[in-house]
Design a protein around this ligand. Structure first.
Ligand code: PEP
Length: 250
C-alpha cells in the first residue's frame, strides 16, 4: 500500500501583486501547522522571487507554465531554468486555460513537462474534459488521450503529478461529484500504473475545479484523490487555509 502525501497547490492565474504576497504569511503558518501535507502556490512569473522570500521554505513556490526550451528566440516565454533561478520548484503545465487560449497541444504540453522535470520540478500536468465531452459520455476517452499525449515516457529528475480538472468545473462553482471524481481518478491511476508500473502507484493525482472550504473534505475522501489544485480559493489565506486543514485531517 503506497502512502501518498496530500498536495494542496494554489494557482493564482493572472492575479496578485506584491501586496497580496502578505497572504503567504498565514498560508505558510497553516502549512507548518498541518504537517503531513505539501502546500504550494504558483503566482504569476513576476511574483515568484518575492514569493519565495515570503514563503520562507514552508510553501513550495512554482510557475503556471514553462517553455520547453532553455533559452532562445521565444518572445514572451519563460524557461524552467529561469523559474528555477528565481527560486521556483514547481510548474503547472497543460492547464486547460492555456490549452484553450494558447492552443497548446498534448505534444507541446509534453515538451514543457520534460523541461520542468529535467530541472527537478514538481511538475503538475493538467488534464480534463469539456462539458460536451462529458455529455457525449467520452470523458474518460478524452482524458486517456490527453494522458497518452501529454505525459513524458520517462524522466530521471523531479516529480510528476497529475491534476484532473474538468473544464466545466473550473471557476464555475460546479464541482464534479465524488462519483465522477472517483471514476476519473481510478482511470488515471490505471493509466499511470499500466504505463509506469510501481511509480504510477506513487504518482499523486490532484482534483481541481471549484474546490472550496465547504467541499474539500468530501473530495479528499475520494479514493485516489491525493490533493487539490485550487484556483479562486487560493488567492487569500482565509479561503485557502481551510482547504489545507481539510487535507491534513483526511
Ligand atoms: C484552476 O484553475 O486550476 C482551478 C481549479 O480553478 P478554480 O479552483 O477557481 O475552479
Amino acid at each position: 500500500m503506497h502512502v501518498r502525501r496530500k498536495l494542496v497547490a494554489g494557482n493564482w492565474k493572472m492575479n496578485g501583486n506584491l501586496a497580496q504576497l502578505a497572504e503567504l504569511h498565514a498560508i505558510a503558518e497553516a502549512a507548518r501547522a498541518a504537517g503531513g501535507v505539501d502546500v504550494a502556490v504558483c503566482p504569476p512569473f513576476t511574483l515568484i522571487a518575492p514569493a519565495v522570500t515570503r514563503a520562507g521554505g514552508a510553501i513550495v513556490i512554482g510557475a503556471q507554465d514553462c517553455h520547453a526550451e532553455e533559452s532562445g528566440a521565444h518572445t514572451g516565454n519563460v524557461s524552467a531554468a529561469m523559474i528555477k533561478e528565481a527560486g521556483g520548484r514547481m510548474a503547472i503545465v497543460g492547464h486547460s486555460e492555456r490549452r484553450a487560449e494558447q492552443q497548446e497541444s498534448d505534444v507541446a504540453v509534453r515538451g514543457k513537462a520534460v523541461a520542468a522535470l529535467r530541472h527537478g520540478f514538481v511538475t503538475i500536468v493538467c488534464v480534463g474534459e469539456s462539458a460536451l465531452d462529458r455529455a457525449a459520455g467520452s470523458h474518460v476517452d478524452v482524458v486517456e488521450r490527453q494522458l497518452e499525449g501529454s505525459l513524458p515516457d520517462s524522466w530521471e529528475e523531479g516529480e510528476l503529478v497529475l491534476a484532473y480538472e474538468p473544464i466545466w468545473a473550473i471557476g464555475t462553482g460546479n464541482v464534479a461529484t465524488p462519483a465522477d471524481i472517483g471514476e476519473m481518478h481510478a482511470a488515471i491511476r490505471r493509466h499511470l500504473v499500466g504505463r509506469f508500473g510501481d511509480s504510477g502507484q506513487r504518482t499523486r493525482i490532484l482534483y481541481g475545479g471549484s474546490v472550496k472550504a465547504d467541499n474539500a473534505a468530501e473530495i479528499f475522501a475520494v479514493a485516489d484523490v491525493d490533493g487539490a489544485l485550487v484556483g479562486g480559493a487560493s488567492l487569500t489565506a482565509d479561503l485557502f487555509v481551510p482547504i489545507i486543514e481539510a487535507a491534513a485531517r483526511s
